[in-house]
Write a protein that binds this ligand. Structure first.
Ligand code: NAD
Length: 336
């Protein structure tokens, strides 16, 4: 199949080229994101292969469908950035990579917790300047603290296992209870109770119309004062303006983000020579108790290899007319 691969960096090209060695699809790599402005690059390609910040709204889908695209191969698990109904109406198939390394994301969430708690980012800079003072570096024992997990799917369960290893008490909120979590002693409660009883809240549910801004000015009132909030899932789960107010009032004591609701114009690019125009993001990075990484939780060798292999296998399934286990169905919003 002839595939236009958008949003590619050197590492994407390397892993996809290696994974494609035997399948022999014609992969053409484009560095820009897929947007209404770049959609014409896909002209004549049967498939487009995209990542999380590519824009697959109805207008973009219409453009690429009109020039021959029939398949959208997502290099991600999440599909909140695709208008599935528009794709279905245009007769386009959408495939995704449902699981590539839940451990990578869970481990990164734990990294954010340790960094915020023990302030490694500040200690690193101090020691390099021969400042060995411990003032301002005081943390707390994770052992015995209460961790609230919102979303106990593949990543949430890995995260629960790691935090159990630290000796934390585990609470969870999910629309379904995961038997693996119940077996390890996780207690399922309603969201307000989880927010009120947790020292650390970590978000691991998908972004859907129901979960959009689940952390907002109202739910922030339920938080245990001074609690830590971690989001490695999707930026839209948090109303960022509301969380800035909560940081200013002290309701939120630490914030660790790998995702941000307006990350599309920022993340994955080197903007170090530019003035950041996003004032909300600009305010966030001024807080000493906020650590932000640029959507790197997935970024391990293992995950990139799994993403590339599953992507090529999905394209091969569709190309050869076989059923593809990773097809996303609009009506159900899930893979079947
Ligand atoms: P999953 O589908 O295995 O699990 C998601 C869980 O969330 C399910 O148990 C589901 O029942 C639950 N859920 C759905 N809606 C909910 C709601 N409104 N409230 C509470 N729980 C709800 O998904 P996963 O593989 O664990 O991934 C979770 C999310 O992590 C993805 O949707 C994606 O947005 C994000 N992610 C981020 C990165 C990264 O690099 N930062 C990488 C991969 C995935």
């Amino acid at each position: 199949m002839k595939v236009a691969v958008f949003s590619t960096k050197a590492y994407d090209r390397q892993f996809l080229t290696d994974a494609n060695a035997e399948s022999g699809h014609e992969l053409v790599f484009f560095e820009p994101r897929l947007t209404p402005d770049t959609a014409t690059l896909a002209s004549g390609f049967e498939a487009v292969c995209v990542f999380i910040n590519d824009e697959l709204h109805a207008d973009t889908l219409q453009t690429i469908a009109s020039t021959g695209t029939k398949l959208i191969a997502l290099r991600s698990a999440g599909f909140n950035h695709v208008d599935l109904h528009a794709a279905a109406k245009l007769g386009m198939k959408v495939v995704r990579v449902p699981s590539y390394s839940p451990q990578a994301v869970a481990e990164h969430a734990v990294g954010l917790i340790l960094t915020l708690n023990r302030k490694y980012h500040r200690a690193f800079n101090r020691v390099r300047e021969s400042n060995f003072s411990l003032n301002g570096l005081l943390g707390f024992d994770l052992y015995g603290s209460t961790v609230g997990i919102v979303g106990t799917g593949k990543i949430g369960v890995c995260f629960a296992q790691i935090m159990k290893g630290f000796g934390c008490n585990l609470l969870a909120y999910d629309i379904y209870q995961n038997p693996a979590c119940l077996d390890m002693g996780v207690k399922y409660v309603e969201l307000p109770e989880l927010l009120g009883d947790s020292d650390i809240v970590s978000l691991h549910c998908p972004l859907t119309p129901e979960s959009h801004h689940m952390i907002n000015s109202e739910s922030l009132k339920d938080f245990n004062p001074g609690a830590m909030l971690i989001n490695t899932s999707r930026g839209g789960l948090i109303d960022t303006k509301a969380v800035i107010k909560a940081l200013k009032s002290g309701r939120i004591g630490h914030l660790g983000l790998d995702v941000y609701e307006l990350e599309g114009s920022l993340f994955f690019e080197d903007l170090s020579d530019q003035v950041i125009q996003d004032d909300i993001f600009g305010r966030l990075i001024t807080f000493p108790n906020v650590v932000i990484t640029g959507h790197q939780a997935f970024f391990t060798r293992n995950a990139l290899q799994n993403i590339a292999e599953a992507t090529i296998s999905n394209i091969t399934d569709i190309d050869s007319g076989h059923s593809c286990p990773n097809l996303v169905i609009a009506e159900q919003g899930i893979a079947v």
